[in-house]
Design a protein around this ligand. Structure first.
Ligand code: 9YT
Length: 140
């Protein structure tokens, strides 16, 4: 069994700082569970463009107010405590935090730990050693 607290992670290499959020990575690929799980704090007033083209992300909001806008349809969904969504179609989106927003996020395949968004809002697909995996798109 694995037991961790948020306080165990803050300020460690499992606490990944991005311009608009902190992602505290409770579970990573090296933990061997088949998914990663993050406690993510988005900053009030922030807007983040995201496209998880290599991953499925499921998200459960446990605090704050915000919204997600799907780029393809323009549809906007409010987010608050108790809202769940899953990007099972790798949807490009804007994530906006009206207040500080706390989200519990699950990734499949699991993140390895040091991923940050590239300019397209993408997390790379990495091996457990942090090397970029070749994909059909990168190796046609
Ligand atoms: C829903 C959300 O916060 N997405 C951006 C960050 C990502 N979940 C992460 O790496 O924790």
């Amino acid at each position: 069994m694995i037991v961790r607290t948020l306080q165990d992670l803050v300020g460690t290499d499992r606490d990944v700082e991005a311009p608009t959020f902190n992602s505290r990575r409770l579970l990573l690929a090296k933990d061997g569970c088949g998914f990663s799980m993050h406690d993510t704090h988005l900053k009030a007033g922030s807007e983040t463009y995201i496209w998880y083209k290599h991953h499925i992300e499921a998200v459960y909001c446990v605090g704050g107010e915000g919204e997600i806008e799907l780029i393809e349809t323009g549809k906007v969904y409010p987010i608050n405590d108790g809202t769940f969504y899953c990007l099972d179609g790798h949807e490009k989106h804007w994530l906006r935090a009206h207040t500080d927003l706390r989200m519990i996020c699950v990734f499949n395949p699991p993140l390895v730990g040091n991923e940050t968004h590239d300019e397209e809002g993408v997390y790379p697909l990495l091996t457990p050693d942090g090397e970029e995996k070749e994909t059909a798109a990168s190796n046609p």
